[in-house]
Design a protein around this ligand. Sequence first.
Ligand code: URA
Length: 209
Amino acid sequence: MKNIFVFDHPLIQHKMTFLRDKNTGTKEFRELMSEVSMLMAYEVTRDLPLKDVQVETPIGIANTKIVSGKKLCIVPVLRAGLGMVEGMQNLIPSVKIGHIGLYREHETLQAVEYYSKFPEDISEREVIILEPMIASGGSLAAAVNILKNRGVKHMKIMSILAARSGIEKLAKQFPDVEIYCAAIDEKLNPDCYIDPGLGDAGDRLFGTK
Ligand code: URA
């Protein structure tokens, strides 16, 4: 599908091995997620427009470029998306950050918004949603719809690991949204965890299990 992009860079694949390993502890897991996010951010921001500028070097005048106009905002989905923020900020220190909190309603299994906070001009920004795991894709579909309702016209999803069924469903539902991840696994287990996956990303990031 043409709006799904899987990164096969050797450094990303190497780090994915240790993210998956159940013996990787909280500190290392957090560092790895941050590093993978930073490496992915290079590609996800590849189409940022540039404008021509001149600077004076110690020797003469250089015709060169800077990133122009297009204002970015990253939106981590609470709570595991927080693990991807630092890596993005390392690369784009002035990036604005919104937040979306969702929980899954027990009876209907629908994602319900319990928190959201965005920059006031979110509708004029290019948004990158951060969510390390795409399992069924339900919470990401809710996040995309929340942002569309706020008037956001351009958004991308940056994830780390996806289940094939979830990512393909999302890509079909939102053909205008590019979805990036580092690996796709074929299965979901009966509890909706990606199999073999890497476990519960939030628990592993924050040491809650
Ligand atoms: N969320 C996780 O943290 N892990 C999964 O495998 C699926 C959803």
